[in-house]
Design a protein around this ligand. Structure first.
Ligand SMILES: *Cc1c(COP(=O)(O)O)cnc(C)c1O
Length: 371
């Protein structure tokens, strides 16, 4: 195994989970583990979450749910999003909750359930303002009631998604919450014995809107210790779960005025030592860090110089080597000594959100699970 690795702190994962559980109770927690648990490793993350009381998992695609089932995970799994009917047999084979989002899904699923003699578990997705997946309640009310009455499947959940819960202006989110509450009341009035799980809140809503909790919350990014955006006013003491690290594999001395890396985007200004880090954009270390990135070595910040390559990049170690040596740990993000390159710092620099930073860490980088 090479020196470039992503370290996953299950201690911090449990810390974040318990923080959520303590704040949202009696609502329960669905662990959102789509996209390989935002790059952290979905099977390992799911196992830890389940061991600490999580009884529902959320993924984006059936194959993500199947991967968890094949690893022996038996907890309920909801697959978000809209899926073509020819994928439905997979949902039945692996007992995954199907999200119903469109009238065209109903007849194929009905026929499949009758043929397989199984009652599918379905959840109805309602679009309360996201403008993406889901039925529009006002327009599709009768259809939704028909879905609930259908015997070929069992409606176990009804949910919606918030589009703007991280924004300073709370108006739109409060409207979405109110809309979902009204829909819940109408369905409960008509079907008092149904008792589906109602759920709405993502991470931003969990941290900002108690009225969004309903029966279950769906945290993703905050489980992994990050706020939804670098500018989010984070009041919860979340702890980052992933640290991205490598080692110096080459040190050499360059004279002043020497070009460094592809296309000579950097020239040394003095005689200096440069260190090679064997990680590049193919590992998820963004090429935009060319001449702008920073790393930690021996608890101090060092600048990335020259173009970030596919498999390596260079740092300027300065005219004196001090205590830096071959094989020293290099932190791309994470903590070292008293210094911390936070994932939000990286996200801000790359003009993106923390989600993307951990998702970018590619398959080539082994995940080391620290328990
Ligand atoms: C990804 C996702 C979540 C989790 O969102 P975070 O912002 O990461 O908390 C919740 N619900 C749905 C439907 C999602 O797709």
């Amino acid at each position: 195994m090479g020196p470039t690795r992503a370290y996953i702190s299950h201690k911090n994962l449990i810390h974040n989970l318990q923080l959520i559980q303590n704040n949202v109770a009696p609502a329960t927690v669905m662990g959102v583990v789509k996209a390989d648990a935002y790059g952290h490793g979905s099977i390992e993350v799911a196992k830890t979450l389940i061991a600490h009381g999580v009884n529902y998992l959320g993924v984006a695609f059936p194959e993500e749910g199947i991967e968890l089932r094949k690893a022996g995970i038996e907890t309920h799994i909801l697959v978000f999003g809209a899926h073509l009917p020819h994928f439905f047999p997979q949902f039945l084979d692996y007992n995954l909750d199907i999200t119903l989002t469109d009238a065209g899904q109903l007849q194929p699923l009905r026929e499949l359930c009758l043929k397989h003699k199984v009652q599918a578990r379905v959840q109805i997705k309602i679009d309360t303002g996201m403008g993406r997946v889901g039925f529009i309640f006002e327009k599709d009310r009768d259809l939704i009631f028909q879905i609930i009455e259908e015997k070929a499947w069992q409606v176990v959940g009804i949910y919606s998604h918030l589009s703007s819960a991280d924004e300073e202006d709370t108006h739109f989110t409060l409207e979405q919450i109110k809309k979902f509450q009204t829909i819940k009341e109408q369905i409960n009035h008509r079907f008092p014995d149904l008792k589906p799980i109602y759920h709405l809140a993502n991470s931003a809503a969990i941290m900002r809107f108690k009225e969004s909790y309903f029966d279950m919350v769906r945290p993703g990014v905050m489980l992994y210790g990050n706020p939804p955006s670098p500018d989010f006013d984070l009041k919860w003491p979340l702890k980052e779960v992933m640290a991205f690290k490598s080692k110096i594999t080459l040190i050499k001395k360059l004279a002043a005025n020497q070009p460094v890396s592809y296309n000579r985007r950097y020239y040394t200004t003095q005689t200096t030592y440069i260190g090679l880090v064997p990680a590049g954009y193919a590992d998820g270390y963004n090429r935009k860090f060319t001449n702008t990135g920073q790393v930690l070595i021996k608890g101090r910040r060092y600048p990335v110089i020259g173009t970030v390559c596919m498999d390596q990049f260079l740092v300027d170690l300065g005219p004196e080597l001090k205590d830096v040596a071959l094989g020293d740990e290099v932190v791309l993000f994470g903590q070292q000594g008293n210094e911390h390159i936070k994932i939000i710092e990286v996200a801000r620099k790359l003009e993106t959100i923390p989600y993307e930073i951990t998702c970018w860490v590619s398959r080539r980088v082994p995940r080391i699970h620290l328990r």
